[in-house]
Ligand binder design. Structure first.
Ligand code: GLN
Length: 472
């Protein structure tokens, strides 16, 4: 059986009796078993998925008009997204054994449209990392082979889609955690605008950056899922009241004006493979009649520092709640409350999380607050303004998703700074709060996937999806 990798195709096949939803779930469970060595899933909800599939097969037979829009969609969710009655750990020992008391709004909206959730996927601890090597439950391996990282932090989510163990995946982004793994694994990844999708039920890392987004094999599947999860939610005060609308593909728009950042192509960070793929993409878009124009962006060398100052500050505050009292791991050896906090946190958090909590506490400390935190906020505003300025003339901005292709396991883990610098092209969209979509374009000489990203003005997800859909 080969169900195909688009929701439309799967729904057609189910409706025409090619296979049932139960067959489909069985297929994915076998695929999960076959890809077990990649460590993409922390938990598979097998029995539950089988039971739900049977119920949906019945529903399709007896009340076809009652079926949800996404019937036939089987997805995975990253282990930072809450699903009522299911474990969620942020791939951290500190949340070992913790069970969600409620579902994230994004999850609930998908369930209401008859989505089946097949499991929760491995990620970097608290979504901090770019290689998925910081999980307390071991690294995820990229399905391309050669012991490569899948990217991070949503590495498990990317691999779950790459290996066809589910149709699509929910991941989360703070600074590239969907687009970068999508690029490393050769699939599509979308980070919506800040405020487009409710963060209710998403475990917080950097609250002014975090967004839930989608991995898939095609743009239309991505659009179908986004349409359901997008939109205002009273449970998240930062979710936008601007209506999300329909993410359809009714538009046939002509040539577009697309900017690309000249400095990126001449930046020391970019690898020869990625540079030539970028030039090829530019030429390809031009040959389709679009106008591609190089523009200046003066902040390229400051985006990583700005991002890490602000996100570590927010993380150090957000992660204060893991104190060994309220949730998760509690040290058994403490003799008083103070020691209980220290020991629970020391035992529960991994090295990268500790590093960021310390960095965040430092940049927020009395003597350094203005020099680091306040300054980084000002730089963030300048970055946002510069990006908005580009969008006053251009519909989209094109950029490679990553400076290089997937690296080998352990290549960067000894030097966190190297790993941080790999985020240089993705963090821009998060700093500016705009949507960005990574799509596969080619491969490096050694066969590693290369992805490009397009960014659009805030809340212009529809334009982005429509445009990328025209590219294949
Ligand atoms: N690699 C970035 C970081 O470690 C992005 C992570 C993310 O988007 N969650 O912070």
């Amino acid at each position: 059986m080969n169900p195909g990798r688009s929701l439309i195709a799967i729904q057609e096949k189910i409706k025409s009796g090619n296979f049932t939803i139960s067959d489909l779930v069985q297929y994915y469970l076998e695929r999960i078993e076959g890809a077990k060595h990649l460590n993409a899933y922390l938990e598979v909800f097998a029995d539950e998925a089988i039971t739900k599939a049977k119920i949906l097969d019945e529903k399709l037979k007896n009340q076809p008009d009652q079926c949800g829009k996404l019937i036939g969609a089987v997805i995975s969710i990253k282990d930072v997204i809450c699903y009522e009655g299911h474990k969620v750990s942020a791939s951290s020992k500190i949340l070992n054994g913790f069970e969600s008391l409620y579902s994230a709004t994004a999850v609930q909206r998908l369930l209401d449209e008859d989505v089946i959730i097949i499991g929760r996927t491995n990620c970097d601890e608290f979504a901090m990392g770019s290689g998925n090597e910081n999980s307390a439950y071991g690294p995820v391996i990229n399905g391309v082979g050669e012991n490569r990282v899948p990217g991070g932090s949503s590495g498990g989510a990317a691999v779950s889609v790459q290996m066809d163990t589910c149709l699509a995946a929910l991941g989360s982004e703070t600074g590239g955690s969907i687009r970068q793994p999508a690029a490393f694994t050769g699939i599509y990844g979308l980070k919506p605008s800040y405020g487009r999708v409710s963060r209710y039920g998403l475990i917080a890392y950097g609250s002014s950056f975090d967004q839930i987004g989608v991995f898939s094999h095609d743009v239309k599947t991505m659009a179908s899922l986004l349409e359901i999860i997008a939109g205002n939610d009273p449970m998240d005060a930062t979710s936008s009241t601007t209506p999300a609308g329909k993410y359809d593909f009714a538009d046939t728009r002509g040539p577009q004006k697309i900017a690309y950042i000249d400095d990126v192509l001449n930046h020391p960070s970019i690898s020869p493979d990625v540079k030539s793929a970028t030039l090829k993409t530019i030429a390809d878009l031009e040959s389709r009649g679009h106008e591609l124009v190089p523009v200046n962006f003066d902040f390229l060398d400051h985006v990583v520092a700005t991002y890490y100052i602000l996100t570590t500050a927010e993380a150090s505050s957000n992660l204060g709640r893991y104190d060994g009292i309220r949730y998760g791991h509690r040290s058994k050896e403490a003799k008083d409350i103070h020691e209980l906090y220290i020991k629970s946190r020391s035992e529960g958090f991994g090295d990268e999380v500790k590093r960021r909590i310390m960095m965040g506490a430092f940049v927020l400390s009395v003597g350094y607050y203005d020099a680091y935190f306040t300054k980084a906020q000002k730089v963030r505003r300048l970055i946002k303004e510069e990006i908005e300025n580009i969008f006053s003339t251009f519909a989209l901005i094109l950029m490679p998703t990553t400076p290089d292709v997937a690296w080998k396991l352990n290549d960067k883990s000894a030097d966190p700074l190297k790993e941080y610098l790999a985020d240089i092209y993705t963090v821009i969209a998060n700093l500016a709060g705009i949507p960005a979509l990574s799509f596969p374009v080619s491969q490096s000489d050694n066969g590693m996937p290369i992805g490009m990203q397009l960014m659009a003005p805030q809340f212009k997800e529809r334009d982005l999806l429509n445009f990328v859909e025209t590219l294949h």
